[in-house]
Design a protein around this ligand. Structure first.
Ligand code: EPU
Length: 450
């Protein structure tokens, strides 16, 4: 498994541009199952999660053609409606083929996604929503099997104990485009990725209104057609770059920055002393140019992750890395995934002072972080370790970089272009850079459970 080797302490400077959004692209690609016509996308990011989704769509009968900038899909064979465990276990988001397959083919068989490294992630709301549209759903051998002769519009409440569900809303909204009659999704997810999906579906001929609000209305149509569509910029990647600049007290310019979708993040960063300044007021604030500048002394802050437009859970870990360097105590509460704290023990290995109680972490700011070998078992936790490594004194080795390859296109190249000292170590060479037990000071020997 590849690793990153980072020499910390280099101030970031320069200009970068934000890639297309992974979390928008995954349901957009799945939506192509709703038509027999050609759908082309610009700006699908080249990430391992996207490759997995394209592999799945090929298995489900899509012809896929990819160039550097354009990804074109067309369903050629509808005979297989089975998303197998082999693929679903590599990527939970495979579940977003469920709604489109059911609506178009009348049957979908999707392996039940398990939990993930940050806890239990049920899909009960997806299933409840599809059942409300008339699907018959059973579980067999670990597969969800959904049948429907014809879906019928219905009024569906999609709220759960932690708010709404993003991919659940995507599944039900996509399925309802081909249902007979009108569907109303109440307590729908308001995330920008849902708006992007509704925009694509409308361009394909669907009749969806209210996307981006808690009530989405879908008038069913008989069929959907092809189109060409540009994927929105990735708000989580954009936020990660802004925090990376702040970690090193750097000044960077970011193009295609979705400022309008990051207002909660801008608010929290502003409290800390990090300024996201829009460079041209006339630009589209879903993809504008901004400059990131940071005060010399970072201030602590209290924030809670929430569904959109609140502070996104997908930036909680990165913000925690930054707050390790603030002067004073910050308090972070995770309201979407109460167990999403894989980064806490690893940041502690780098000198962070963190106290966790349930879904809350108190971050006691320190003067500096110190480089260390670290690893995390999810995408955003790994990103926070890279950011910590950029600011830390000395060398940090972040193992299991494949998590980062799921969500950041060549992360090390982007950071290098901004002046970071970071390199990818091929798996065969990682051990050469990790300390052996003899060279690790006794107080840093990693404890393992026997
Ligand atoms: N939930 C339920 N029942 C359900 C579905 C969800 O109780 O049927 C709960 C979840 O356990 C969680 C909350 O509702 O507590 C929100 O989960 P949601 O369904 O919205 O998550 P998701 O759609 O599976 C997407 C992103 C995640 C992101 C979450 C929350 C994609 C591919 N994934 O997941 O992104 O954290 O929304 O915003 O869009 C990431 O990119 O690193 C990532 C994990």
């Amino acid at each position: 498994m590849d690793a990153f080797r980072i020499q910390g302490g280099h101030r970031l400077a320069g200009t970068i541009s934000v890639d297309g959004s992974k979390n928008a692209a995954l349901p957009l690609l799945a939506a192509t199952l709703l038509t027999d016509e050609v759908v082309s996308f610009n700006g699908i990011p080249h990430l391992s999660d996207i490759s997995n989704m394209l592999t799945l769509l090929k298995e489900l009968g899509c012809h896929v053609n990819e160039t550097e900038t354009e990804t074109t899909l067309q369903v050629e064979d509808c005979s297989n409606a089975h998303a197998r465990y082999d693929i679903v276990r590599t990527m939970r988001a495979s579940v977003c083929v469920l709604g489109p397959l059911l609506a178009k083919r009348g049957i979908a068989k999707v392996s039940m996604p398990g939990g993930c490294s940050f806890g239990d992630r049920p899909i009960d709301l997806h299933l409840r929503g599809l059942e409300a549209l008339g699907a018959r759903i059973e579980l067999d051998g670990g597969d969800i099997i959904a049948h429907a002769d014809k879906l019928l519009g219905a009024t569906i409440f999609l709220g759960g104990p932690f708010g709404s569900t993003v991919l659940g809303t995507a599944n039900v909204m996509s399925a309802a485009t081909l249902a007979e009659g009108t569907t109303i999704i109440e307590s729908a997810a308001c995330e920008p990725e849902i708006v992007d999906l509704a925009n694509l579906l409308n361009e394909m001929g669907a009749k969806i209104s209210g996307a981006g609000t808690p009530r989405i209305t879908i008038e069913g149509v008989d069929q959907l057609g092809g189109t060409t569509y540009e994927v929105m910029p990735d708000r989580i990647v954009a936020g990660t770059w802004a925090i990376a600049a702040a970690m090193t007290n750097g000044v960077i310019k970011i193009d295609r920055f979705p400022l309008n979708q990051l207002l909660a993040v801008r608010d929290v960063l502003e409290h800390v002393g990090v300024h996201i300044n829009q460079l041209n007021n006339d630009e589209d604030t879903n993809a504008c140019s901004v400059q990131i500048e940071t005060d010399r002394v970072l201030k602590p802050v209290i924030f809670t992750t929430q569904p959109f437009p609140g502070f996104p859970t997908d930036l909680q870990a990165q913000m925690m890395a930054l707050l390790c360097l603030a002067r004073g105590n910050s308090i972070i509460t995770e309201k979407i995934y109460p167990e999403r704290f894989m980064h806490v023990p690893e940041l502690s290995r780098m000198g962070a002072r963190l106290v966790r109680q349930g879904a809350t972490v108190v971050v006691q700011g320190v003067d500096n972080l110190v480089g260390a070998p670290v690893m995390a078992s999810d995408l955003r936790a790994s990103a926070s370790l890279v950011l910590a490594g950029l600011a830390a004194e000395g060398e940090t080795i972040v193992s299991r970089v494949y998590h980062l390859d799921r969500g950041y296109v060549k992360m090390e190249e982007t950071l290098k272009s901004l002046g970071a000292n970071i390199e990818r170590l091929a798996s065969a060479h990682v051990d050469d850079f990790l300390p052996t037990v003899e060279t690790v000071p006794q107080n840093q020997v990693i404890q393992t459970d026997s």
